[in-house]
Design a protein around this ligand. Structure first.
Ligand SMILES: [Zn+2]
Length: 273
């Protein structure tokens, strides 16, 4: 934001020309992150450009004993720009810093109950996206991301950034012209309501072996039941990590995300085994 578009374009051309990602590192990141197998060759080329710009524009800030080497930096960058592979890097131009913590961290929170009594408690975070500010990620969780199992802290926090691009973290990102707000809200609120019902249902607490009945315990991370914005962030993780699973659980959500991100990972390439 703020930079006159032609200057921004020129600066990005310079980053691409002067700070390319080496073939060796690029091959490493593709091999180490099975989720990139969902990309076509053209999309991989776009991902490489976006990751190069991300590396050139963002500041990486290690905390404690964390050392951010080239591999870790690229692992973050490539996963962070994955949602933008058919969109535009400008979605991230209102923030600049990636903080890397060693592991999950605890934050002291304070709440007042209805009687005005203060409750202090510790909340655990594996990542956090601050309004107009940095993104904080735990190294342990970054390393657990990208394997195609549905968990991805980098994509989760980027989804919050995309959601909050209009100033509201509410599970409704700024929508393109061809997706109406009522369509988005209808599909997401139905899915969220259904998901909460399934998480709270007694059978959800008694996992059974074998295939779960449709309508039984949900197979997505129950953290999605926290709020509409967490639901959006978690379904984005599945959209990029395990699209088949999201499509079979919430087909309409999957369809809307495919229109929002301008690509259907299941229509184009082979995913991880
Ligand atoms: Zn979240």
């Amino acid at each position: 934001m703020g930079l006159f578009a032609p200057f921004k374009r020129a600066r990005r051309q310079r980053i691409l020309a002067e700070h390319p990602i080496s073939d060796e590192l690029w091959d490493w990141v593709l091999k180490e992150h099975p989720i990139f197998r969902y990309l076509t060759e053209g999309e991989k080329a776009a991902l490489r450009e976006l990751a190069t710009i991300f590396l050139g524009e963002k500041i990486f800030d290690p905390v404690g004993e964390v050392v951010i080497d080239d591999e870790l930096r690229l692992s973050i960058a490539a996963q962070a720009v994955l949602p933008l592979v058919c969109l535009d890097i400008d979605w991230y131009d209102d923030w600049s810093t990636v903080i890397v913590m060693p592991r999950e961290y605890e934050v002291k929170k304070k709440d007042f109950d209805e009687a005005g009594v203060v409750h202090e408690y510790d909340d655990e975070f594996s990542g956090e996206a601050f309004d107009l500010g940095p993104v904080a990620l735990s190294r342990v969780d970054i390393e657990a991301s990208g394997w195609g199992d549905g968990y991805n802290v980098v994509i989760h926090e980027m989804a919050h950034k995309i959601d909050g691009r209009d100033g509201h973290f509410d599970g409704v990102p700024p929508l393109p012209r061809d997706i109406g707000i009522s369509e988005w809200q209808g599909v997401f609120s139905d899915a969220y309501t259904d998901f909460r019902r399934r998480v709270e249902a007694p059978e959800a607490r008694r996992p059974r072996r074998g295939k779960l009945r449709k309508g039984g315990a949900p197979r997505l991370d129950s953290y999605a039941a926290e709020s509409p914005e967490e639901f959006f962030a978690v379904v984005c993780e599945y959209y990029f990590e395990r699209p088949e699973l999201l499509r079979s659980e919430y087909g309409e959500v999957y369809g809307l995300l495919a229109r929002f991100f301008r690509r259907d990972p299941l229509a184009t390439a082979q995913g991880p085994q």
